[in-house]
Ligand binder design. Structure first.
Ligand code: ADP
Length: 399
């Protein structure tokens, strides 16, 4: 039914390519989120699906019909926008039913649909309220109910929660998931907020510069990012990135080495420039790494700034001799200074600023990327090192 296929969709405005050869196949009933930084082409992609703008090249089909040149009203879609444009002089019932009344639906049919929609978004008993008597969240629910009554094949939502305060936004996330379950309809959702994308979607499509970077379930994007962009965009705080050069024994970075057998990675040769990626939760104080069966050699570091979050402490570590973070990286690929590692530790850790420490990385969760192209090469270093390090034996002894 509500399957959506974008085949080679490109949208150019004068000298801007807003969407660049987008290929997407969204299954019937799937909740797919288009996510990426501001200006990456998310809204334009959604607008081509809605029919609010026509693609320069490519085709779009919805529910097995080519809709590329059809007007929005004939596409079987309903949209919910960031700006909840309710008619201020109409009550909730009239706002929800406006489109149906315009199309001369019979009164009984309108009543049936309004009742069902207001039930789904939990607006029962509020149908006679005026918009200015409602909270932001309630108004957004009216806007969603207005889309539901159209009984579309596909819902298109463009940052519908962006204008709500932080707490309500988190609450509405669960409401939207419930809504999706209840309606069992395809939802294509646009947001710049990776946390929103991670929590609600069956799959996330990550877009940068008009190009699709990866489309996969949230945890696959998190655990197996296809390139440096996805790795840096998904996850908060961001993954650590350190550039290095491949040697016969692994990767040498300016401040530390990570051992592995480069022969086990296809297409990797000595002298190649790779970027190591590791998430803050996969960096451990050496004395607190009991659960890590396969740690790297210890890395000398000094604690710089601490950020206690309550349930964890973020510790900014400096590696090497430099006293300060060294900002000499390409901000496109890695925003962290090269000699800085962010580590997340348990709040019970007695860690202080300006302390010399040894840390290890969980080799099973270390990523390698081609520094030049950004493409992922490996999402683990669990395969054999050249000479199994002493640390592995120690870790086993600790168990
Ligand atoms: P996002 O939704 O990811 O923030 P958009 O899809 O709105 O990004 O925009 C993608 C790019 O296309 C941006 O560079 C934007 O400036 C450009 N763009 C969008 N709409 C128009 C338009 N009507 N005319 C010219 N450029 C546009």
């Amino acid at each position: 039914m509500g399957k959506v296929i974008l085949d080679g969709v490109t949208k150019r405005y004068a000298d801007v390519t807003a969407v660049d050869n987008m290929n997407l196949e969204i299954e019937d009933g799937e909740f797919v989120t288009l996510v990426g930084p501001s200006g990456c082409g998310k809204s334009t992609t959604l607008e081509t699906i809605a029919g609010l703008t026509l693609p320069t090249e490519g085709t779009i089909s919805i529910a097995e019909r080519d809709v590329t040149n059809l007007p929005p009203k004939d596409r079987g879609i309903a949209m919910v926008f960031q700006n909840i444009a309710l008619f201020p002089h109409m009550d909730v019932y009239d706002n929800i039913s406006f489109g149906l009344r315009l199309r001369d639906y019979p009164k009984e049919e309108i009543d049936r649909r309004v009742e069902r929609a207001s039930d789904i978004v939990q607006l029962e008993g509020m149908l006679e309220r005026m918009p200015d008597e409602m909270s932001g969240g309630q108004r957004q629910r009216v806007a969603i109910a207005r889309a539901i009554v159209r009984e579309p094949e596909v819902f298109l939502m463009d940052e519908p929660l962006a204008n709500l305060d932080a707490k309500l936004r988190v609450h509405m996330r669960t409401e939207l998931q419930r809504l999706h379950k209840e309606l069992d309809t395809t939802i294509i959702y646009v947001t710049h907020d990776q946390a929103e994308a991670m929590t609600m979607s069956d799959r996330i499509a990550i877009i940068d510069g008009g190009e699709l970077q990866q489309i996969a379930p949230p945890l696959v994007c998190y655990n197996e990012p296809s390139n440096l962009f996805v790795a840096g965009f998904i996850g908060s705080p961001s993954m650590n990135f350190v550039e290095g050069e491949v040697t016969a024994n692994g990767l040498t970075t300016p401040d530390f080495d990570v051992e592995f057998d480069p022969g086990q990675l296809s297409g990797v040769a000595e002298g190649d420039h790779l970027t190591l990626g590791v998430r803050p939760e996969d960096v451990y104080l050496r004395g607190m790494s009991e659960g890590v069966t396969n740690p790297t050699q210890p890395i000398d570091a000094r604690t710089d700034v601490l950020e206690p979050m309550g349930d964890e402490i973020f510790v900014y570590l400096l590696t090497g001799e430099a006293e300060d973070p060294q900002m000499d990286v390409d901000a496109e690929t890695a925003e962290m200074p090269q000699n800085q590692l962010l580590m997340s530790v348990d709040p019970s850790s007695e860690i202080e600023a300006d302390q010399d420490v040894e840390v290890v990385l969980d080799r099973e969760r270390v990523h390698l990327f081609d520094t030049q192209t950004g493409d992922a090469i490996s999402h683990t270093l669990e395969f054999a090192t050249v000479e199994p390090g002493a640390t592995e034996t120690e870790a086993e002894g600790d168990d």
